[in-house]
Write a protein that binds this ligand. Structure first.
Ligand SMILES: Cc1ncc(C[n+]2csc(CCOP(=O)(O)OP(=O)(O)O)c2C)c(N)n1
Ligand SMILES: [Mg+2]
Length: 689
């Protein structure tokens, strides 16, 4: 056979991506063929000629990241992973000789257990850098990845040791562009001048309902220029030379992120579906596939055809380039290990999601104090003590650091900015959603990120928090002002249902500590998580610091719930369960009940999730099944508590929104008081006044 020209092999590779995508969607009888067909050349040009990625080492820390924010176009990514010969990692993160995505996986697109789920899922498929599908999230993640890249360079690169200089590419669409999250993320990226970030916008004028004329008429280029981005246009997605030039324009830019706007035709090549919304989300159909393949000059009857020369071509381009870059990096890293062993060790620990030796050596202990301090304040002290010993713990808040107490105040911390890439205090601005999405991107690049805001605004970032859990990322969220204890700011700022809502997310550990020492323990638990996110719920108002000589040790936090105080008059007759700021109310009620000879137990319950993981025996020790007289106290809604209250228990908590007033009055108004707890306790043991 005659040797193919570069143009011919490129076209063959592009048509292979297109036809694999059509065939897989058709076999699954569901999926989104149109965007992969249109974007095949866009992605081909990037992967073949630009992306620095070694298919044999898909976890190489300095690899370029490619994110498919348009997660519905997952077959584009799966085709690329297959054709590029990306190798699967084993459970320990080591490379194997198995393909990450086999041809069988493509044939099993969207089927149970395949490496090709409907939308790309991090952890399920090697080479998928982040879970996408909820539009906007991939864009948000990409900003965090770019921040992490700059920060890693700022902290760890040394003269002659350019360990980190990776670029982050995100493929996005009209849907992403319409989402608020994307705007927040783009604004932050522009402000931070993240020149390692490139978004490739599939400007195809089509979404699900039809033409973008229906709902989207803004001037995206002007908007992005206004946000501080470089904007590059590509008039035809099939024009490889212009695409190549656009990527070079990105690489040459050193002071801002780049948006490449590519005009494409959804379902390109399909005689009856190209350019229509029906190419977006349904199989093309056998007949139309045959016509489309004919239009590509492809054998009409062939299914899942991968010409041998295509994987070989990717191997020659992406593979060789990536392998060479990675091999050079490995040598560089060996030399770095010799010269900077401490820094190299940090990088390795980071990549293993480990903590450095002595990370919790300076964990503060707080003396008993009736006046006490707010858990947001103790949290700030604990965070600072831990962050000093965990150099890659970094984060910030959505413009609330003075309130959330999340600023790192020690001298070497510094502010991350366009001019200081090594700073550990991030300033996300008033952009909760972008903050949480960026945190996920940062966690995916091995740093340990935290973000903070008022608990009531957790609703603004909830979709990203859900994805932290779905991806099993150890992202940390610090939520302060966690109840009506906010007081005068009123019901707009008083969380009511947020605790229940956070607990509803599978895999998210929610911790609501009751005093300063529980807060220290909560942080300790939080940092020890390597594969799940944690949300801390902390108070604005002061809470007494319990005398641990009289109460059980705060280490009980590690088990989710523990007996803080127990009956001094025989077996407990009533159990008071409480979390956070309401534990001190339960403690006061305990004293009154005990004084009347009613055996009472106080269970502090900072985390439902951790408690549920304990042995049955431990759980029964803390909450003996024989004691059905139970009062739960929490300044939130009842949802979730019935599990511990059974049919007979009583809930003392919120029954609606709060009010703007001094917080003590709001507690009174809601009936969350010591007297009420005592009365309910007595009623349950048949000793009502
Ligand atoms: C947050 C969110 N809202 C809605 C959807 C459902 N959805 C999936 S794709 C899509 C339209 C996307 O349009 P575009 O990004 O232009 O993709 P194209 O049709 O051009 O491939 C929508 C609304 C989603 N996945 N995520
Ligand atoms: Mg579109």
């Amino acid at each position: 056979m005659e040797k193919m020209t570069d143009d011919q092999i490129a076209e063959l590779a592009i048509h292979t991506i297109r036809t694999l995508s059509m065939d897989a969607v058709q076999a699954a009888r569901s999926g989104h063929p149109g965007a992969p067909m249109a974007l095949a050349p866009v992605a081909y040009q990037l992967w073949a000629d630009v992306l620095r990625f070694d298919p044999a080492a898909p976890q190489w820390p300095n690899r370029d990241r490619y994110i498919l924010s348009s997660g519905h176009a997952s077959m584009l990514l799966y085709s690329l992973l297959h054709l590029a010969g990306v190798r699967q990692l084993d459970a320990a993160g080591r490379g194997t000789d198995q393909p990450a995505v086999s041809l069988a996986d493509l044939k099993n697109f969207r089927q149970f257990g395949s490496a090709t789920p409907g939308h790309p899922e991090y952890g399920q498929t090697t080479g998928v850098e982040t879970t996408t599908g909820p539009l906007g999230q991939g864009c948000g993640n990409s900003v965090g990845m770019a921040i992490a890249g700059k920060w890693l360079a700022g902290r760890y690169n040394q003269p002659g040791f350019e360990l980190f200089d990776y670029n982050v590419y995100a493929q996005c669409g009209d849907g992403d562009m319409m989402e608020g999250l994307t705007s927040e993320a783009a604004s932050l990226a522009g402000h931070l001048k993240l020149d390692n970030l490139c978004w490739i916008y599939d400007d195809n004028h089509i979404t699900i309902e039809g033409s973008t004329d229906l709902a989207f008429s803004e001037d995206v280029a002007t908007r992005f220029r206004g946000l501080g981005w470089q904007v590059v246009g590509v008039a035809d997605a099939n024009d490889l030379n212009t695409l190549a030039a656009a990527y070079q324009t990105f690489l040459a830019c050193s002071d801002r992120p780049t948006l490449i706007m590519v005009r494409s035709v959804i379902g390109y090549g399909s005689p009856h579906k190209a350019g229509t919304a029906s190419a977006h989300g349904e199989p093309i159909g056998d007949e139309e596939i045959a016509l489309t393949k004919a239009a590509y000059g492809w054998p009409e009857d062939a299914k899942f055809l991968v010409p041998e020369s295509v994987p070989a071509h990717f191997e020659n381009r992406l593979g060789r380039r990536g392998a060479a870059a990675r091999a050079a990096w490995d040598i560089l890293f060996e030399r770095y290990q010799e010269k900077y062993p401490e820094l190299a060790n940090q990088l390795e620990q980071m990549q293993q999601r480990q903590l450095p030796a002595g990370w919790d050596a300076d964990l503060p202990r707080f003396e008993a104090d009736a006046k006490g301090l707010a858990t947001r304040v103790s949290s700030g002290q604990v965070l600072n003590a831990l962050a000093k010993n965990v150099p890659w713990l970094l984060g910030g808040s959505a413009d609330l650091a003075p309130s959330t107490k999340t600023l790192l105040t020690f001298e070497s911390a510094g502010d991350f900015s366009a001019t200081n890439r090594a700073g550990r205090n991030l300033h996300f601005g008033v952009r909760e959603h972008a903050m949480a999405a960026a945190l996920n991107g940062m966690a995916l690049c091995d740093v340990r990120p935290y973000g903070a805001t008022f608990f009531v605004f957790s609703d603004y970032l909830r979709p990203s928090m859900r994805l932290s859990a779905l991806m099993r990322l150890p992202t940390l969220l610090v939520f302060t002002h966690d109840s009506i204890g906010v007081g005068e700011d009123g019901p707009t700022h008083q969380p009511v249902e947020q605790l229940a809502a956070a607990r509803a997310i599978p895999g998210l550990i929610v911790l609501r500590p009751a005093d300063a020492n529980e807060t220290a323990q909560a942080w300790q638990v939080a940092l020890q998580q390597s594969d799940r996110p944690v949300a801390l719920a902390l108070t604005r108002q002061n809470l007494p610091t319990f005398d641990r000589e009289q109460c059980a040790a705060a280490a009980g936090v590690q088990r989710g719930a523990y007996v803080l105080l127990d009956s001094t008059v025989g077996e407990p007759k009533v159990i008071l369960l409480a979390t956070g700021s309401e534990v001190s109310l339960a403690v006061e009620a305990y004293r009154l009940l005990e004084a009347e000879g009613i055996g009472t137990r106080v269970v502090s319950m900072p985390s439902f999730e951790l408690f549920e993981e304990q042995s049955c025996r431990y759980r029964d020790d803390v909450l003996p099944p024989t004691v059905s007289a139970r009062v739960a106290v929490e300044a939130g809604i009842r949802q979730g508590w019935d599990h511990y209250l059974g049919c007979t228990g009583t809930f003392v908590g919120m029954h609606g929104f709060g009010k703007s007033a001094p917080f003590q009055e709001v507690y009174q108004d809601q009936g969350i008081t010591v007297e009420r707890i005592v009365a309910e306790g007595k009623a349950l043991v048949g000793m009502a006044d």
